[in-house]
Write a protein of this length. Structure first.
Length: 342
């Protein structure tokens, strides 16, 4: 598709606002916002399709495969029932292409899509679109909205372009998806990647600065080197063997912000258990159960921004296999926390 041809663009659904208590340090607030949308590494994301043409479904499957081929710690599994899926994918051609961001999808009703594709995915631009929307589900924002991009817009031309064909957005949608900047606390690093899969294509005249993009910005398409680095930083390949967590044995954790610890649990008896962290820390704690060889989320708790610790109360069954994963946002002055099953 040439630079003279207008291209449809992705929209992002409104973020779930995170309430930050007053008096929080800047560093703690930054970490909470940075990691709020990220999954615990090792999560199995189950995806399900609403009705769609077979070539479009296969294009999305191929995009999931391409992300996974980077050897990230997340898994993607297609399921046949919407009630089993965290990621529910529609093909409403009248609704454009969009996705919710990261863990925000868990707050969407099981009858509703969390992602939609509104145009053909079988050409090069469509393939990049599929990768882009999955990137949102992994927790990636739009690249051009980075506060470090340094883009100066001709705002009226931006409004004129996106409120016209083929997007037909409102001014509010245009501002939200193009002109508004992400809070610096929600972005890691300070570089802008104009070739990111999360970057839009822009025609000539919309960007005033940097001057090299005044004649238009057309990313190469597909995953850039920086995209691959980003996803492997948050979701590195998991170690094959992880330690076991035994009842009434506390395990100290010394994690860097964004770091994670993983534990196998095989109960010796069927009963109600409590699983929790302790110490001055903000964590997200997730418990998975192995079902037919796959891990399915059983329970979760996020204590970030509060004065309490993450805790899960759940009935576990003798000799079944469970996995606990705890990801750290912030660990106070000491940098130490712990976990225990009892």
């Amino acid at each position: 598709m040439s630079k003279k041809t207008a291209r449809p663009a992705c929209t992002v659904k409104p973020r779930t606002p995170r309430i930050i208590p007053p008096g929080m340090t800047d560093e703690r607030m930054r970490l909470l916002r940075l990691l709020a949308t990220k999954w615990v590494n090792g999560t199995v994301l189950h995806y399900w399709f609403f009705n769609g043409p077979a070539p479009q479904l296969q294009a999305v499957r191929d995009a999931f495969t391409e992300w996974k081929a980077l050897k990230i710690g997340l898994e993607f599994v297609e399921v046949q029932n919407s009630s089993e899926a965290e990621v529910r994918i529609g093909f409403d051609q009248a609704d454009g292409s969009w996705s919710y961001i990261g863990r925000d999808i868990l707050g969407i009703a099981a009858t509703q899509p969390t992602m939609n594709f509104g145009w053909d995915l079988t050409d090069a631009y469509g393939h990049t679109t599929a990768l882009h929307e999955i990137g949102h589900t992994l927790g990636m924002p739009h690249e051009h909205q980075s506060p470090f991009a340094g883009i100066v817009w001709d705002e009226q031309k931006v409004y004129d372009y996106f409120t016209g064909e083929p997007n037909n957005w409102s001014r509010e949608q245009t501002f939200s998806n193009v002109l508004s900047k992400i809070d610096p606390s929600e972005v890691e690093g300070s570089n802008w990647d104009p070739n990111s899969v999360m970057e839009y294509w822009f025609p000539a005249g919309l960007i005033v600065q940097p001057a090299q993009y005044h004649d238009g910005l057309e990313p190469a398409g597909g995953l850039s080197a920086a995209d691959k680095e980003w996803v492997l930083r948050f979701y590195p390949a998991l170690k094959a063997a992880i330690p076991s967590l035994k009842p009434f044995v506390s395990v100290p954790l010394s994690l860097v912000p964004g770091g994670q610890a993983n534990f196998n649990i095989v109960p010796g008896e069927t009963r109600k258990y409590e699983l929790g962290t302790f110490g001055t820390a903000d964590t997200v704690l997730v418990l998975f159960e192995e079902v037919d060889g796959q891990l399915r989320q059983l329970a979760a708790n996020d204590d970030s921004g509060t004065d309490r610790n993450a805790k899960i109360q759940v009935k576990l069954f003798k000799d079944r296999k469970y996995v606990a994963r705890v990801r750290l946002y912030w660990a106070g002055a000491s940098g130490h926390t712990g976990i225990m099953l009892w």
